[in-house]
Design a protein around this ligand. Structure first.
Ligand SMILES: NC(=O)c1ccc[n+]([C@@H]2O[C@H](COP(=O)([O-])OP(=O)(O)OC[C@H]3O[C@@H](n4cnc5c(N)ncnc54)[C@H](O)[C@@H]3O)[C@@H](O)[C@H]2O)c1
Length: 245
């Protein structure tokens, strides 16, 4: 059977883990639809990848359902459809004990880390069902979507919710051969954790270092590919052993 070129949508593509996944998939010839808030960094990535792959960028906020719906509609009418999605954009929550966590911060973290993933899943699965050729979706949770840490209630709650949302979506997609899995990174060397004490964090991982975005990209690439054709609703921990202690 002749396979068509794979088409992928990636959110939070301009930096860190999302960027590494975009680079990995571009190297494998995927057609890419890349979303991010950061217009400058996204345009730079588009220029970097243009020699290897067909890339389209969309600047906007994935916690805005209208933006996500519009991007997926554009992908649907592009003629090539959608095979894979990496729903990855997210933010940290500022350190605060739960009794001191501000209501507007709580709401913002919910919107960016959780509601955005629901919007992506809703419209991606709609399109994949219409196409009738299956699909594979990976959502970025965190090891903090399986265990907790102090003073990060909004982050921990949203990442646990992504774990559950992924399982629910996997069941809804299964009969259409749409697979949905979540990844659960430990601390990964990206701008997201630039404000933290990285040496102290490294020591908490049994492997004694932080992970790299490229290591996470290798896992995401596997889950998106046909090599993972019997994997759905699963939680893939990639944390150098942090969460087994
Ligand atoms: N770095 C880590 O240690 C770590 C660990 C576990 C999980 N994660 C998760 O990995 C994901 C990616 O994080 P990263 O470390 O690559 O961070 P990063 O800051 O390097 O990249 C995140 C990207 O998402 C974009 N973004 C943020 N909010 C957005 C929005 N509302 N709409 C569109 N784009 C938005 C940012 O502009 C940025 O380009 C996040 O969901 C994060 O929670 C990261």
């Amino acid at each position: 059977m002749i396979q068509h070129t794979q088409v992928a949508m990636i959110t939070g593509a301009a930096s860190g883990i999302g960027k590494a996944v975009a680079e990995k998939l571009a190297g494998q010839g995927y057609i890419l639809h890349l979303l991010d808030l950061n217009a400058t960094a996204l345009a730079q990535l588009e220029a970097e990848l243009a020699t290897q792959s067909k890339v389209k960028i969309y600047v906007g906020d994935v916690s805005d359902a209208t933006f996500v719906a519009d991007v997926v509609a554009q992908i649907g009418s592009s003629g090539q459809g959608l095979d894979c999605a990496f729903n990855n954009a997210g933010m940290t929550s500022p350190a605060a004990s739960i009794d001191e966590l501000e209501l507007d911060v709580w709401q913002q973290v919910l919107d960016v880390n959780l509601n955005s993933i629901f919007y992506c899943l809703k419209y991606q699965i709609q399109l994949m069902k219409q196409q009738g050729r299956g699909g594979s979706i990976v959502n970025t949770s965190s090891m903090l979507g399986l265990i907790a840490t102090a003073h990060r209630a909004a982050y921990v709650a949203t990442k646990h919710a992504v774990t559950g949302l992924t399982k629910a979506a996997a069941l809804d997609g299964a009969e259409y051969n749409i697979r949905v899995n979540s990844i659960h990174p430990g601390y990964i060397e990206t701008p997201l954790i630039a404000h933290l004490d990285r040496q102290a964090l490294a020591a908490k991982h049994p492997i004694q270092r932080l992970g790299s975005s490229e290591e996470v990209a290798n896992l995401v690439y596997f889950l998106l590919s046909k090599e993972a054709s019997f994997v759905t609703g699963s939680q893939y921990v990639i944390d150098g052993g942090y969460s087994i202690q």
